[in-house]
Design a binder for this molecule. Sequence first.
Ligand code: SF4
Length: 333
Amino acid sequence: MEIEPHMLVEGVAIGSYAIGGEDAFIYIRGEYTVAADRLEQAIAEAEQAGILGDNVFGKGVRSKIHVFRGAGAYICGEETALLESLEGKRPMPRSRPPFPAVEGLYRRPTCVNNAETLSNVPHIIRNGQEWYNTIGVPPRNTGPKIFCVSGRVNKPGNYELPLGSLTFRELIEEYAGGVIDGRPIKGVLPAGISAPIATGAQLDAKLDYDSVAAAGTMLGSASFIVLDDTVPIPWAAARMIEFFRKESCGKCTPCREGTQWLHKTLVRIQDGGGREEDLDLLLSVSGEVSGKVLCALGDFATSPVTATIRSFRDEYVKHIRSGKSFNGTWSPA
Ligand code: SF4
């Protein structure tokens, strides 16, 4: 959006035309001012060139694109919460059915797609499906993917690569410059903090949706957070749950109360007041949240707890027995 805004604008215009839509909305977090400004400029240029507007290419077709700047709630990544926000309401996910394709924005049939997906459309139209299928791993993992790498690496950044073309370790070593100070990788969160942490042999899995799922986690947004051996897991888990506690929209009791409870317990462990039985309590509370909520945020919120206890139970126990406190802070060794 910042560097090639016309790619997305063209994809949205083609998508609108394909479904007979006249108005399309690009929903973007309000903090991303550079991207939003450049999209608005690209839309103005396309209107001036007659590619968008009330009479596209003089063919009597109306196609308008509007940029909507959101207020920065994570839940707006959920499509029905996004629609509520677009309508000017508090962004709480809707009960489904009806699904947006039947009753979406302003109760009109609405197609919600990801910006990354739509940006592929102009290239597929230009070069054909056969060409697209030569990128990645057919039949289900084709095309390029933007891998965003952050955390304890030397070169954090966005790397666009074919799906399935490399492993977790290769992405970190060959593109992200390796781990800071050459330290060992402790774990990788492949879809931000929503995905179960990948460790050990999982890091040799190829980076496509099916291979990552077979390794027991998920690729999702491919927003990788790399943890090295200096990062204490009880501290990291408390930070992750704190995020979900704040971002829970509060509509479902298990998510609203469960994330509070998980956070309080993890903070107590982090601060040196944990008991070994807290680990089973955390798993029990997670079980009462996951699968019993309206949207995926509630399910994802338990991953930092269940996956870190599964992979790092010994570290939790050692920390609890030590009585050591991070006092909410930690800095790299
Ligand atoms: S799961 Fe959480 S974020 Fe999703 S609707 Fe329920 S309370 Fe809101």
